[in-house]
Ligand binder design. Structure first.
Ligand code: GLC
Length: 425
């Protein structure tokens, strides 16, 4: 079987009847940004099923506009924290009470580029839901002009060392309900977050449930509040793509003006996460104002969002060049020179396929074609070497955590279909 056939096979095997799970065992439900990437991959061979992935994700949307990070269509005893632990959430389908990076508008735009009349009709069906979701980010999660997060899981970068700043400043709830982790049963514990981190993750969940998942209160009163370059740049890029889609559909001027206002707000907020001392975009604790001190794989998403000054972009490229010279496979999720870099531990070092996808795209669009090629080719090389893993050791190329992984298959398919990125060797 060729790798492309294997990728299609993985996506079919992870199909649970209209929606796709990230991988069997470890992640038995529908995850938000995973499904968006899955749609990108499936679109290379079955447009109808790709749109179905998107509509199934939107089915979980809450009345306030939020699209949750996980949709629980069943209760799998092998997964924790499942629906009962999240408590009184407010969606039409049981779900978590937090969201995930809003890549959806960007991927929907890609699906409709050069698409058929049917694709335009499908776009018209999903536009309002995506618009309401973006409004939710701008209303419920914005503090001092920048989008923030209330939980490391909401950023999609669960245990990146950046979150230690916010987690260290909070305490575990004294009445935290007892629990048994399941993630460590599926994979080697050395890949996964520590116990103390897990207690704090669940403290935030317990707090959210205690306020009936009032999202504005969760932002304003919750124990954890940080700004994240991943959320900020992904949302800013998605707002720009949503603006193009609004024009394509001939949406009313008021809708276009609203999106323009979100974009202007986002551009103004980019400086808020510029860590001048490090010369990079980093996460920032919004309670104390303190910056995190490491270059991560979302620092270069400034190119993808087309935001930041020439000086900020230059310094970002300097970090990329420095890291590229010392690491075999770009792009590690954490700076290999940082003391808490760990090549195998999840977001503390491994290379993540969906991050390479967005980073390579942004670099190529801004004319950094050599670095774009490096980021793209290195992901292809680790897949060729090890297969379709959730993430990869950036020093050895070995696969980490879950195997037969949907978004890895999807990114592979998208790049094969596009014959790699335009202008990239
Ligand atoms: C992990 C990742 C997150 C992803 C999820 C399902 O929690 O950190 O980004 O969405 O797995 O793949």
């Amino acid at each position: 079987m060729t790798l492309t056939q294997s990728a299609i096979d993985i996506l079919s095997r992870n199909d649970r009847g209209g929606f796709t799970i990230p991988t069997k065992g470890l992640y038995p439900y529908q995850w938000n940004w995973d499904s968006a990437f899955v749609a990108l991959g499936i679109a290379t061979y079955d447009m109808d099923r790709a749109w179905g992935e998107i509509t199934s994700l939107i089915e979980g949307q809450w009345p306030d506009g939020m699209i949750p990070s996980i949709i629980f269509r069943s209760d799998d005893p092998d997964y924790f924290p499942g629906p009962s632990r999240w408590g009184k959430t407010k969606g039409p389908i049981p779900s978590t009470g937090i969201s995930q990076p809003p890549v959806l508008a960007t991927i929907v735009r890609k699906l409709t580029e050069g698409g058929s009349v049917q694709d335009k009709a499908r776009l018209a069906d999903v536009f309002d839901a995506i618009y309401r979701w973006h409004a939710w980010w701008h209303d419920a999660r914005t503090v001092d002009g920048i989008v923030t997060t209330v939980h490391p899981w909401e950023t999609g970068r669960d245990n990146c060392p950046e979150w230690n700043l916010g987690l260290d400043a909070m305490t575990v709830a004294p009445d935290l309900a007892p629990y048994t982790r399941r993630d460590n049963k599926h994979v080697d514990a050395s890949f996964r977050p520590s116990q103390e981190q897990y207690d704090k993750y669940l403290t935030i969940v317990q707090f959210g449930d205690s306020i009936d998942w009032d999202q504005r209160r969760l932002t304003d009163e919750g124990p954890f509040l940080m700004a994240d370059p991943n959320l900020h740049f992904v949302l800013l890029r998605a707002d720009k793509d949503l603006r193009a889609l609004a024009a394509e559909l001939g949406k009313p001027q008021a809708v276009r003006d609203q999106i323009d206002a979100w974009i202007a707000k986002g551009e103004a907020a980019t400086d808020t996460i510029w860590n001048d001392e490090l010369g990079a975009f980093t996460a920032r604790d919004m309670h104390s104002g303190t910056f995190c001190n490491g270059f991560s794989n979302c620092s270069p998403l400034c190119f993808y969002a087309d935001s930041g000054s020439a000086e900020q972009w230059g310094k970002t490229m300097d970090h990329m060049t420095r890291i590229a010279a010392q690491i075999e496979y770009m792009l590690p999720s954490w700076d290999p020179e940082a003391p808490d870099f760990e090549a195998q531990r999840y977001w503390c070092g491994p290379l993540w396929p969906q991050m390479n996808y967005m980073t390579a795209l942004g670099l190529a669009e801004q004319g950094h074609t050599d670095m774009a090629a490096r980021v793209q080719n290195d992901l292809c090389r680790v897949i060729e070497k090890s297969g379709f893993w959730e993430c990869f050791n950036p020093l050895t190329g070995e696969g980490c955590v879950g195997n037969n992984f949907s978004w890895t298959a999807a990114v592979w398919l998208s790049w094969q279909h596009d014959k790699k990125l335009e202008g990239v060797a």
